[in-house]
Design a protein around this ligand. Structure first.
Ligand code: FAD
Length: 411
C-alpha cells in the first residue's frame, strides 16, 4: 500500500502552511499557548472573515460561485493542514457541509446567487429541519405540511432535535406538499426563513446544562414558492443527497481529534497513576489501535472517491458505526481512569466562547473530557443511528436480504 500523496500537492501544502503561519496568532497550537479573554473574543469575531478573505471556506466549490475549484486531493491537503494547525475551517457547519453542497447540486441559478455568498462569508446561519417526533430513522413518515397560497408555501407542523435553530436565519426543511402521493413522493425540500411570526423555537436542555438542540413549531409560517430545492415533491431525493454529505465528510482528518483527546486521557492516567494498571494499559492500547483503524478507514474512503468506485454509502456506514462506538468506549475508559474525580466539575465556563460550540453552563462547568463523554452518547444517534448503519452494512456490504417492511394494512 502506498500512502504517499502526488508530488504536485506539495507546493499547495506549503502555501497553506505559510498562510496559516501568517494569519494565526503567534504560538497558536503549541504547548503553553494561551490567549486573554479579550484576545480570544477578538479572534473568534474575526476568524471567519479572515478565512473568507483567504478563500478557504468551501474552497472546493466552483470558482463561479466563490470557491477556488480545488481538486479532491487539494481539499484533502487543505483539511489536513488546518487540522494539523488546529485551526477552525468553517463558517457554519450546516451551511458549508450540508445545505450549501445541496444547493450547488440541485438549486436553481437564482437560489445559488441568493444563498451561496451568505454561506461562504458566514452571514447566513442554518439549521436542519428533517426529524419530527414520529419521523427519525423512518424519515419518510414526516407530517409537517406545506400548502401553496399564491406564490408562497404555508407551513404547519413540528420538527425536533433541531440543532442550532436558536441561531439560525434559515432552516432547510422537509415538508409534505402532496399528501395524496405515496410516502416517499410528495415531500419537498424548502429553504424557510426562521425570523418570522409563527416560528417558535423551544430549547431542549441536556444533562450538562447545554441546550444546543430544540423543538421547532411552525404555525402558518410562510416561505416563497421559489425556495423549493430540486423541484416540487422531489424532496426525498434531494434530502438523500444532503444525508450523503452528512455521512461522508471526515475522510483523512476525522481521526485527529480523537488522537488529541486520547493524549489528554493518557496524561490523566499518568497524573493519577492509573497508567500502571495493566488492564487500563490494555484498554488504552485498544483505544489507540482503534484510532489508527479510523485513520486507515479514512484513506480507504479517500481511495474510493479518487478511484470513483462509489462505495461511499457502504464505507460511510461502516465508518460512522465504528467511530461513534469507539468514541463511546474511549470516553467510558476516560471516566474509569478519572474515577471519583470524574464526578467533580473541573471545567471553566467561557462566556465569550462561540455559543454554537459552547458546552456546559456557568453553574455546571464541565471539563473537556466530561463534555466529550456526554456528547459521545449522542453520536450513535444523530446522522443515522448505529442500528441503521448496521442495516446498511448488512444489506450493502454483506449482501444480506433487505430488512422486511411492515405489512400494509389489510395485507
Ligand atoms: C445530538 C443530536 C443532534 C441532532 N440534530 C438534528 C438536526 O439538527 N436536525 C434533524 O433533523 N435531526 C437531528 N437529530 C435527530 C436525529 O437525526 C434522529 O435522532 C435520528 O435520526 C434517530 O431518530 P429518532 O430519534 O426518531 O429515533 P427512532 O428512529 O425512533 O429510533 C429509536 C431506536 O430504534 C432503532 N431503530 C429504528 N428503526 C430501526 C430499524 N429499521 N432497524 C433497527 N433499529 C431501528 C434506532 O436505532 C433507535 O435505537 C439530532 C439528534 C441528536 C441526538
Amino acid at each position: 500500500m502506498d500512502l504517499s500523496y502526488p508530488p504536485e500537492t506539495e507546493p499547495f501544502r506549503k502555501e497553506i502552511r505559510a498562510w496559516l503561519a501568517d494569519h494565526l496568532p503567534e504560538g497558536w497550537g503549541t504547548p503553553g499557548f494561551s490567549m486573554t479573554r479579550e484576545e480570544r473574543k477578538a479572534f473568534n469575531a474575526s476568524w471567519t472573515e479572515t478565512l473568507f478573505a483567504g478563500g478557504w471556506i468551501c474552497a472546493s466549490w466552483p470558482k463561479e460561485y466563490g470557491g477556488k475549484g480545488l481538486s479532491l486531493m487539494e481539499s484533502v491537503v487543505l483539511n489536513e493542514e488546518f487540522a494539523r494547525a488546529q485551526a477552525p475551517l468553517r463558517a457554519d457547519f450546516f451551511g458549508d457541509t450540508l445545505v450549501g453542497p445541496t444547493i450547488l447540486q440541485w438549486g436553481t441559478e437564482e437560489q445559488k446567487q441568493h444563498f451561496i455568498p451568505g454561506i461562504l462569508n458566514g452571514t447566513i446561519s442554518w439549521c436542519q429541519g428533517f426529524s419530527e417526533p414520529d419521523a427519525g430513522s423512518d424519515l419518510a413518515s414526516l407530517k409537517t405540511r406545506a400548502e401553496l397560497d399564491g406564490d408562497e408555501w404555508v407551513i404547519n407542523g413540528q420538527k425536533v432535535w433541531t440543532t442550532q435553530a436558536q441561531f439560525a436565519d434559515y432552516i432547510f426543511l422537509l415538508a409534505r406538499t402532496d399528501p395524496d402521493a405515496p410516502k416517499h413522493a410528495g415531500i419537498s425540500y424548502l429553504l424557510v426563513p426562521m425570523k418570522q411570526p409563527g416560528v417558535e423555537v423551544r430549547p431542549i436542555e441536556q444533562v450538562d446544562g447545554s441546550a444546543d438542540f430544540n423543538e421547532v413549531f411552525f404555525t402558518n409560517v410562510r416561505c416563497p414558492r421559489a425556495n423549493v430545492v430540486g423541484g416540487e415533491h422531489n424532496g426525498w431525493k434531494v434530502a438523500m443527497t444532503t444525508l450523503g454529505f452528512e455521512r461522508g465528510s471526515s475522510a483523512t482528518t476525522g481521526h485527529r481529534r480523537f488522537l488529541r483527546e486520547l493524549d489528554q486521557i493518557i496524561a490523566a492516567a499518568r497524573a493519577n497513576g492509573r497508567v500502571e494498571d495493566p488492564l487500563i494499559r490494555q484498554r488504552l492500547a485498544t483505544a489507540w489501535s482503534k484510532v489508527k483503524i479510523m485513520e486507515i478507514n479514512g484513506y480507504r474512503s479517500l481511495t474510493d472517491s479518487l478511484n470513483g468506485t462509489h462505495h461511499t454509502a457502504a464505507l460511510g456506514a461502516c465508518n460512522k458505526m465504528f467511530w461513534t462506538e469507539t468514541h463511546q468506549q474511549t470516553m467510558e475508559l476516560a471516566l474509569d481512569i478519572l474515577g471519583m474525580d470524574a464526578q467533580v466539575l473541573t471545567g471553566s465556563f467561557d462566556p465569550d466562547a462561540d455559543e454554537r460550540v459552547q458546552r456546559g453552563r456557568d453553574d455546571y462547568p464541565v471539563s473537556d473530557l466530561q463534555a466529550s463523554f456526554f456528547f459521545s452518547r449522542s453520536e450513535t444517534i444523530w446522522g443515522g443511528t448505529a442500528e441503521i448503519q448496521r442495516n446498511i452494512v448488512g444489506e450493502r456490504v454483506l449482501g444480506l436480504p433487505k430488512e422486511p417492511k411492515p405489512a400494509a394494512a389489510g395485507a
